[in-house]
Design a protein around this ligand. Sequence first.
Ligand code: ZN
Length: 484
Amino acid sequence: MKKIRSAIRRTQSTDALIYRKLSDSRRKEILIVFALSLSETTSSKLAQADLTTTRSLLRSTSRDRDTSSPVNSSAITSKINKRNDETATDKQKQSGDVNGSVRNASLRSLSTSSPSSTNRYWDREGRSTLSSRILADSDAFNKSLASSSIYDTSDDSSEGLCGLRNIGNTCFMNSVIQCLSHTSELTRFLKTKTDGRSATKDQRILVEFAKLIRDMWTANTRSVTPSELKSAFSSKHRMYSGCQQQDAQEFLRFFLDSLHSACNTGTKGGTLEIDDNLSDNKKADLTWEWYTKVENSMIKDLFVGQLKSSLKCTQCGNTSVTFDPFWDLSVPLPSSSKCKLESCLDLFIKEEVLDGDEMPTCSKCKTRRKSTKTFTIQRFPKYLVIHLKRFSETRWSKLSNIVEFPTGDNELNMAPYAANSSSALYSLYGISNHMGSTAGGHYVALCKHPVTKKWHEFNDNKVHDSSESELVSSSAYLLFYERA
Ligand SMILES: [Zn+2]
């Protein structure tokens, strides 16, 4: 696996370098070819039982100066056909393009795989009713959003206090599932979702997840075994089929991507043409509209935000902006042993100088120039996941800094990181903690009950009371915030 990871990293950085050296017109050509391949990809999505991977999704917001992440490796499958390989390459090139006008983070590379004979849904179920059912699900979801709460029925204070049995190093999955289970609008949707057919692997994952959530939110259930979900997930994402410990953030991204794909009602993308004279906000809106047309699901509605990156030429001062969707923010940790979360976010938006090999082409100077790059948040998601980058690229080392993050209601103020002056207050509701080292570790979750507002620790099948004062620790790895 390590070999594959490093090979992938090499390929990616080479592509990025090659791409930076291309002329603007050549880059445009590549983007158009890529957009066309995306259209095909999207239209064939429901017709294939494919292994969909989202490399750029995985890397969309990682503020890695070397643009690669160990996360990417799991997107790699052995059978990548030529067409898909080209897609991946173009996407990679696009990721390396810091000056392009068309960017998006949920472009997929596809590879084919035969449906598993053990998949109990695949052989039996036709696909014809699929789209309408999913649309109906979306409707139900929208209606359920409009209603007040479904927690306020029955004996809900004991619901959700349900452990998940470890079925072979699955604590990474258990901790993420617990955090997602405490994502109230997601759980509200899944609790009311009727089981349907699952023609694709992603849909099977969604169905199994919904079942699991319903079991977890049944009063007085102490623990459940997530083996059906694990099996559905590993049939789609093969690297999860064994019993190895995995990275929680990587799992989260794959998992959300599968849930999203399972109920994505988006249609063909086409190219995005944006007049450079428009205001930044108008450009952002058009990019978002375009993205939403292609990638449209309740999962996207809950978790995806929009990042603005501004590239400024140090020679002529010309600034170009691009807008990318993000599913979480991967923030670096400062060198101090103790810091505030705000310091990590400051590092995330900190101006970066692109020089030497990294110099982008200035659209005004028509040549590669030393430039500065800054990030701000254009559009805030309803649920914001912050990933504290404790692991090095190679995962050989882990940072154990204490990051003091806001734990109370509306205590995280994201306004300083906004592209426009807007209020963005968030409340913490879940934490995925990683204890131990890179060699061996354990994940647990700390989650806030949506009804009682009490904190509980979910350590696989064991559930304990916790409290707000115990939340901050050097183990915090993923932070789940809900917007006020
Ligand atoms: Zn310039």
